[in-house]
Design a protein around this ligand. Structure first.
Ligand SMILES: C[S@@+](CC[C@H](N)C(=O)[O-])C[C@H]1O[C@@H](n2cnc3c(N)ncnc32)[C@H](O)[C@@H]1O
Length: 225
């Protein structure tokens, strides 16, 4: 599915979120606590938008590894990354989030944006991310959540069920992928449950932040020393 939407993913994403996706990615970068010169892992990196935000935050010396299992998404990411002066600091890896090909205690932080909702075993991926992060490092996820505000929440689910698949059909040329957005959002654990999963995997200081009335949420935890 992701291979088939790679070429238009960023355009549809920006329209769907009215450009707010960039602001949300900046929020997750901030929560990752990545420092200049640090080493970050961006799991399910897709077209590399968050990967580049992380590299920009760690520049000039920091490094970021973006990992994804869609070759077409990685091809779009490779083109995108080339535009930036710190492109040498970014490595794109073809791999599975459920079997991260890195030794334990490697990265200063690990991020995942709109990724956990798509994996069959969420806890396994959180465990993998926690394994490869150094003690004291953060694991942070950004994903769709559940608006709670009266009326707004009904409008939100209505738009996700009807308007977004239509937009996906015309612009993304793939209605199914954008219908999947609605069904996957319905099934995905709400942020408080996701934070509980973070705790169950052994992460500490778990917390969540609803953004834009709960359209998306950032969930985080820290690996114990
Ligand atoms: C909705 S996109 C998010 C892309 C990007 N993180 C962003 O901020 O826009 C989800 C990505 O997760 C990737 N993905 C899904 N399951 C995966 C897995 N098990 N291992 C690696 N990548 C996966 C897909 O290929 C896709 O690129």
């Amino acid at each position: 599915m992701f291979d088939s939407i790679a070429g238009r993913y960023d355009l549809v994403n920006s329209l769907m979120t009215l450009g707010l996706d960039r602001t949300w990615r900046k929020f997750i970068v901030n929560q990752s606590e990545l420092k200049t010169g640090g080493l970050a892992l961006d799991v399910c990196c897709g077209t590399g938008r968050l990967t580049v935000e992380l590299a920009s935050s760690a520049a000039p010396a920091g490094r970021v590894v973006g990992l994804d299992f869609s070759e077409n998404m990685l091809a779009v990411a490779a083109k995108y990354v080339k535009q930036f002066p710190f492109k040498e600091n970014i490595t794109l890896v073809h791999g599975d989030a459920a079997k991260l090909p890195f030794p334990a205690d490697t990265f200063d932080c690990a991020t995942v944006a709109w990724g956990l909702r798509n994996v069959p075993d969420i806890s396994l991926v959180i465990k993998q991310m926690a394994r490869v992060v150094k003690p004291g490092g953060k694991v942070v996820s950004l994903d769709m959540a559940r608006p709670t505000v009266f009326v707004f929440k009904d409008l939100y689910w209505f738009a996700l069920r009807t308007v977004i698949p239509a937009l996906g059909r015309f612009l993304g040329r793939n209605k199914d992928a954008y219908e999947y957005l609605y069904s996957s959002a319905r099934l995905f654990p709400p942020p408080e449950e996701l934070a509980a999963l973070f705790s169950e995997t052994g992460l500490t200081e778990t917390a969540y932040y609803n953004l834009c009335g709960g359209i998306v949420a950032v969930v985080e935890g820290r690996k114990r020393f």
